[in-house]
Design a binder for this molecule. Structure first.
Ligand SMILES: Nc1ncnc2c1ncn2[C@@H]1O[C@H](COP(=O)(O)OP(=O)(O)OP(=O)(O)O)[C@@H](O)[C@H]1O
Length: 466
């Protein structure tokens, strides 16, 4: 059976274009132009994946994600953003979206991201609440990000050395570790490194995305259940705690747990015993706990949203993951790593970045940290037809502080980009670029990464007055 995708975007022509494109690629595609329409569709059928614009006429991508999380926990969500929305997209990532792609959407890039998201979905062996199949705990293996555990960059900057020093010190112990850091700074990687360097490395490592667990199913997810304990529980299920027995449990986005679940979790951590839902037998568990958050948990404690006793239990030792912009020249090491990774993923052989691009990377503030860099480089690799990545394939937000000289060579960008270009955002993006370039069309075309002729046509199409 083909996989089901829901596309949500209020730009009707863009939405239809994407629908046609994905249908041709063998997916079963539905579309909605508003949050309200999407809500109805999501209630009536289950989707494997939802592709949603960050801004919708009656709501936004955050609400879509929250709604999906409340109804169907394994649906993957990919956000589509205009370049001015990157910061919003980064914050939505914290709520458990799979990834975001920037507009203009490139067809090859979106297909790749869709396949990775669906692969991740398939790897979650948690069964959806409505079909009640036998459930198993999940290990985040096979997850796109997980492949990168195989080779990670440590870095040489002061911040990186400090981070790895902390990891080395705490890993061999049984101490609970709380990893604090902005989205995309590599918290999950740190958790896995701690497990790998611990005495438990040959035992299970179970990563649980706490933001993705609906409140009603949390107890069963963590502690398991026995057949018949509630509607849909048609077989016994092993909970994450039991599955992690002897090894490590990683509680990602721990700040998202409801108060009720926090109480249950605390009890399990204090007593090192769990009781599956519907069972009267307690099971002893020996686990090391690592948790991560990108929220200010201390503030959540002060405001009464996170239990203080649980906070202290999780935070026997804390590690802060540095922002990418704080990692000095390591930025180029990471860039090189993502270049190699993208070459492998996309079967390309790009050799390097131009000196100018390296300088831009070193100056940029990387609000989405490593994840943003990975995405930007993947896209640049996709669009580059020569050996070296040049500035013109970088998104506007990365180069917007730079000066543009009109005698720079204009590289022709893959026309494919413009085919799936949202007209609403396109017009906006062109206006912003023109303004930035002080209405110099050559510079504006450069900012946009398109050739001058295309820009002229677009100016005519949208009747932009110069
Ligand atoms: N040391 C590293 N070397 C190479 N790649 C890394 C490293 N750390 C993280 N990455 C990559 O950066 C991306 C983001 O990392 P990760 O998912 O661990 O971040 P995070 O802080 O857990 O994000 P979030 O808070 O959004 O869950 C992933 O693609 C990951 O593989």
């Amino acid at each position: 059976m083909s996989q089901r995708i829901l596309v949500i975007d209020d730009d009707v022509s863009f939405c239809m274009m994407l629908k046609t494109f994905l249908t041709k690629k063998g997916f079963e595609v539905s579309s909605a132009f508003t949050f309200k329409e999407a809500e109805q569709l999501i209630l009536n059928q289950s989707f494997d994946l939802v592709l949603t614009d960050v801004r919708l006429p009656d709501d936004d991508g955050v609400s879509v994600l929250k709604f999906i999380r409340d109804t169907n926990k394994t649906t993957q969500v990919i956000l589509m953003t205009g370049y001015t929305d990157i910061k919003t997209a980064v914050s939505v990532m914290k709520l458990g979206a799979f990834d975001y792609v920037s507009k203009p959407i490139n067809s090859e890039e979106i297909l790749l991201t869709i396949h990775q998201a669906l692969k991740k979905k398939a790897n979650y062996s948690i069964v959806e609440s409505d079909n009640g199949d036998g459930e198993k705990s999940r290990k985040k293996s096979g997850d796109e990000d997980n492949n990168y555990h195989l080779s990670v960059i440590k870095g040489k900057s002061e911040k990186s050395l400090e981070l790895h020093n902390f990891i080395d010190v705490v890993a061999p112990t049984n101490i609970s570790v709380l990893i604090i850091g902005d989205s995309g700074t590599g918290k999950e990687n740190v958790a896995y490194s701690i497990h790998e360097q611990s005495k438990r490395s040959d035992k299970p490592y179970i990563a649980v995305d706490c933001g993705a667990i609906p409140k009603d199913l949390a107890a069963s997810e963590f502690f398991g259940h026995i057949k018949g304990s509630f509607t849909g529980a048609t077989t016994d299920k092993t909970g994450h705690f039991e599955a992690a027995n002897g090894g490590t449990i990683f509680l990602d986005e721990v700040g998202n747990l409801s108060y009720e679940v926090q109480v249950q979790l605390l009890r399990a951590l204090q007593e090192r015993k769990v009781k599956p839902v519907g069972s009267s037998k307690e099971i002893d568990v020996d686990i090391r706990v690592i948790a991560a958050t990108n929220e200010d948990l201390q503030k959540a404690v002060r405001e009464g949203n996170f239990r203080e006793d649980l906070y202290h239990r999780l935070n026997e030792f804390s590690i802060k993951t540095p922002r990418l912009s704080e990692r000095g020249d390591d930025i180029l090491l990471f860039a090189d790593f993502f270049l190699k990774q993208s070459n492998t993923d996309l079967e390309k052989q790009i050799l390097d970045f131009s000196e100018e691009v390296k300088e831009i990377f070193l100056r940029y503030d990387w609000p989405g940290n490593l994840r943003e860099m990975r995405n930007i480089i993947k896209r640049a690799v996709l669009l580059t037809q020569t050996d070296i990545i040049q500035k013109n394939v970088l998104p506007c937000e990365v180069i917007e502080h730079e000066n543009y000289s009109s005698d720079e060579i204009i590289h022709k960008r893959d026309e494919d980009d413009l085919k799936l270009f949202s007209s609403k955002n396109e017009e906006n993006t062109i206006r912003v670029a023109l303004e930035k370039a002080k209405y110099n069309k050559t510079k504006a075309a450069q900012i946009l990464g398109i050739d001058r002729k295309t820009l002229y046509n677009k100016i005519k199409l949208y009747e932009i007055e110069l």
